[in-house]
Design a protein around this ligand. Sequence first.
Ligand SMILES: C[S@@+](CC[C@H](N)C(=O)[O-])C[C@H]1O[C@@H](n2cnc3c(N)ncnc32)[C@H](O)[C@@H]1O
Length: 274
Amino acid sequence: MTAHTHRAEEIDLQLHRPHSARMYDYLLGGRTNYPVDREAALRATEGWPALPRAARLNRAFLHRAVHHLVNDVGIRQFLDIGTGIPTSPNLHEVAQYHHPGARVVYVDNDPIVLAHARALLTSTPEGRTAYVDGDLRRPADILEASELAETLDLSEPVALTIIATVHFVPDHYDPYGAVRTLIDALPVGSHLLLSHATPDFTPEAISRAVAAYHAGGIEAQVRSHAEILPFFDGLELLPPGLTLITDWRPQHTDIGDDVANGDVSFYGALARKN
Ligand SMILES: C[S@@+](CC[C@H](N)C(=O)[O-])C[C@H]1O[C@@H](n2cnc3c(N)ncnc32)[C@H](O)[C@@H]1O
């Protein structure tokens, strides 16, 4: 395990404005958030009342997909970009439950995630976890981080997981190029797992939620099915393709009945690098 010993009091948490990671933590029922985050999350939820449920459905998608990647695909290594505030079970806990030797590198650009990174570094003795304070908009820096080379064997397949994060990277930052740069650095047999918010089903509600993020100074750009597909260019999309996250290898237990498409409003897919 690569140890980071940043203490929260050494890090500027920027409490004067809301942060997406802390808003998401609040939406999931976590405690690592501040009044400014709760206010912004409540405003976003007024605009799109299904937002807290969608956040939980997104988390369930992540858990199902990691289970599938470890058990059915045989993936042993993960590079997770936009990790978020630790929320148990974290990705490494799911992966190492199924394969104790699994290795995970977490990346986020938010200071509060860095402050709480210790909770992400609770690896099994057989496995390994590391945290990189990095930014999806600067993929080369992520790839050059010493923690990445020390933790992952880049001659073996890696699952690049970018969950509920790319909608915080508007087109002018070239998120397509950033994802491509990361995938290009990984060997054949690697996978891309991505989920992304969409306005396709309930455009007005999603637009109100996005406006609440913008009002808090958070950049965000939701994308249509056609706009999300190119993130997988050059890769083999695996069944069932790019679908609503609730339609992706669904399990009744974590989805429940009667969830309307507009209340999900997240697409997700898994693709393989051949
Ligand atoms: C909604 S949370 C998703 C957390 C987790 N992936 C999940 O799905 O449960 C989005 C995360 O992306 C992070 N993020 C946003 N923009 C980023 C960027 N450019 N680089 C790295 N992380 C970013 C935020 O700090 C936040 O922690």
